[in-house]
Design a protein around this ligand. Structure first.
Ligand code: KIV
Length: 272
């Protein structure tokens, strides 16, 4: 069997825990479809997240609130077909886990059964969220947690850096510890001051994954179309664009249009 056919060694929960212990940074990126899933998996990232940010970057919505469980399952299953090596996490969307623990178990169970994800992610550090994490872990479903700016609460929080009020750092640290005690295997820290993320990262033995939370987290996550420069006009301070795919794609489609109009494409070499 050639190397390309043989299954690559998969990233596991044990490996993720080891990376935190050994001080190795975790690389996390989102994906929403099979083609980009193949690309990011082949690039050697550690974790692929099917984020409910698909509401923004796939559907063009102004928040993640309208994203439904069926949307996450559809995209999660597509991404699964492209991910062979990385650890695959699928977001639980708004209202799929907040109403009751029983619904959270059934909905997380559907994600695991219908996408073959390795884990789910849910937002928040309230007592209810911690109890839900604990119940999912007891059911055998690994959970990634998410603190700081939690996009499903955007109407209540506003889209702004969290953790700046007196007492916030200690409250968030306590929440992170409670989520670790409940069994979460990692915590996303979104839009937090760097010193707050540093305090949380030092307080827990599971990895913290930052986005807009400075350099002291154990890993980083970015939304794929943002890092590829495909999401024109989205320019938050924390974002670094590693490509200009919007510009490149526009140029390619313009060239295609020119060639169709001029008759240069298709030519004899593209005809049967
Ligand atoms: O939905 C998402 O893509 C996320 C990341 C920004 C962490 O939750």
């Amino acid at each position: 069997m050639s190397e390309s056919q043989s299954a690559p060694k998969r990233v596991t929960l044990r490996e993720i825990a080891r990376m935190k212990r050994d001080g190795e940074k975790l690389v996390v990126v989102t994906a929403y479809d099979v083609l980009f899933a193949r690309v990011v998996d082949a690039s050697g990232v550690d974790i692929v997240l099917v984020g409910d940010s698909l509401g923004n970057v796939v559907a063009g919505l102004d928040s993640t609130l309208p994203v439904k469980l069926d949307h996450m399952i559809y995209h999660g299953a597509a991404v699964r077909r492209g991910v062979r090596r990385a650890f695959l996490v699928v977001d639980m969307p708004f209202l799929s886990y907040q109403a009751s623990i029983e619904r959270a178990i059934l909905n997380a169970g559907r994600i695991m059964q219908e996408t073959s994800a390795d884990a789910v992610k849910l937002e928040g550090g309230s007592r209810e969220a911690v109890d839900t994490v604990s119940a999912l872990i007891r059911t055998g479903i690994p959970v990634m947690a998410h603190l700081g700016f939690t996009p499903q609460s955007v109407r209540a929080l506003g889209m702004r850096v969290q953790g700046r009020e007196r007492g916030d750092a200690d409250r968030l640290t306590e929440e992170a510890i409670a989520l670790e005690d409940a069994g979460a295997f990692a915590i996303v820290l979104e839009l937090l001051p760097a010193d707050v993320a540093k305090q949380i990262t030092a307080a827990v033995s599971i990895p913290t994954i930052g986005i807009g939370a400075g350099p002291h987290c154990d890993g980083q996550v970015l939304v794929l179309p943002d890092l590829l420069g495909l999401n024109d006009g989205f320019e938050p301070k924390f974002l670094k664009k590693y490509a200009n795919l919007a510009g490149d794609a526009r140029a390619a489609v313009e060239k295609y249009a020119d060639e169709v109009r001029s008759g240069a494409y298709p030519d004899a070499s593209h005809s049967n």
